[in-house]
Write a protein that binds this ligand. Sequence first.
Ligand code: NAP
Ligand code: MG
Length: 519
Amino acid sequence: MTSFKTLPDYAPEKYHDFSIPENRAAMEKAIAKIRSGFGKKYANIINGKETGAEKYFASVNPGKSSEIIGHFPLATADQAVEAVESAWKAFQTWSKTTPEHRAELLLTAARLMKERRHEFSAMMILEAGKNFAEAEADTAEAIDFMEFYAREALRYAQPSELYQMPGEKDEMFYLPMGVIVVIPPWNFPCAILTGMTVAALVTGNTVVLKPASDTPAIGHMVAELLYEAGFPKAVLNFVSGSGGTIGDTLVAHPKTRMIAFTGSLDVGLRINELASKVQPGQIWLKRIVAELGGKDAIIVNKDADLESAAQGIVASAFGFQGQKCSACSRAIIHRDVYDQVLNRVVELTSKLTVGDAATNPNMGPVSSERAMKTILQYIETGRKEGRLVFGGNRVSEDGYYLAPTIIADVKPDAVIAQEEIFGPVLAVIKAENFDHALEIANGTKYGLTGAVYSADPQILQRAKDEFFVGNLYLNRKCTGAMVGSHPFGGFNMSGTDSKAGGKDYLLLFLQAKSVATKL
Ligand code: NAP
Ligand code: MG
């Protein structure tokens, strides 16, 4: 049995350096292996059984539209109902298993993913358009979540420290909640999907997992891995299908106890509203974890290390094509150093390569044709709202490749300075002074990540006190949160601030029962 005391301390996974030929070759081999399995018809797992559907949809490589990753069942609303009801049935026994047993299974899953990490990364390179380092960071984060939450589940199983009333024995236990509907986004299709799913399972809940429709194959790989590690099929239902069709059914079902969602603001608001309406037969208030969008800013003060700031902006704005909730979409630069930083950002951006993710460029394709069209529309708006200084165009005919795009002299209240674009588009904004920069940075409805570059400790202290974001970074880029070090979650419309990868996270999947026994 795994015990809290004998496990080695948590430490994050290390990354490979893909400029080393044998590391690159190992990833290319994994890509070839994953490709050789393309085109097959997948099944959903509902009520412990492989389940097809009348209609299927294709998951397509966003960098090569002729390449079909696989065909996935378009689940019906009836199947969604069956998934919730069977998960509720499975909860009756799964909730009685011990935290030690569940943590053991999770550590087994982590070990299996470590052994096959390049295959998971390869699937994301092909299905989501991540380059090698971005894909590996996603896989490593999934492993980190499993290692971290396994330890956390054991910690929550320890006796609570309570003040003992005279003449009583006072105790408190953490119990699982019930059926948790897990709805992840396509942009961290391994890490976020794994993190939310295993947080629910290791705490003794059962799950209905609906993967994002742009990335069902990587989601299916994770589900298969969890089954292989020993999680019973009945406790993890895998239900692919359109969020628009089955999402409402899953969220509204009276036996759904909680929804763990990560995705866009619009969908998050809809879930929040629907889940708050009590359905016939429902006997609890549904809990919602909803991690949503961002309009993240990097502030460069006049005393900053300008080279480091420019590099941080480019890495945060264009890594994974700007499709991170933490991506820098606004660079807010002090007027005294504005031209200098802008010129350097443009220079560094002009060196970025864009191409097929399987050839490991700096930037691959954006996620879908729909995403590409939305981003191009925002770029058109941006051309009117500011001065296009780099990019602005689609890069090739096939695949959804966009040039990294920089729009300078943008006003703080412009559309492209307020709305989440979720693509490789950076708005550069001039600030009169640091007060003004902070006011601009805090001037959207979001509050997810942010960074400040300055050599002045007083300025950094002011950022700690006044920059209203869930994840603040000082003198470094605003992407790349690490499990265990940077618990992740945003303020305001960026979500419920659940702090994934932190010590408070599993509590969201538990309910506490207090017991007082008269002695
Ligand atoms: P999305 O469009 O909101 O989709 C997220 C998930 O919701 C998908 O699985 C989607 O299914 C499903 N869905 C759609 N309509 C639904 C409905 N009516 N009811 C229930 N589920 C429904 O978001 P996305 O494009 O995948 O992801 C990008 C967004 O996620 C960005 O806004 C980004 O900032 C945010 N994000 C936030 C964080 C964070 O930690 N704060 C992290 C990553 C991403 P289909 O795919 O079938 O439509
Ligand atoms: Mg796709």
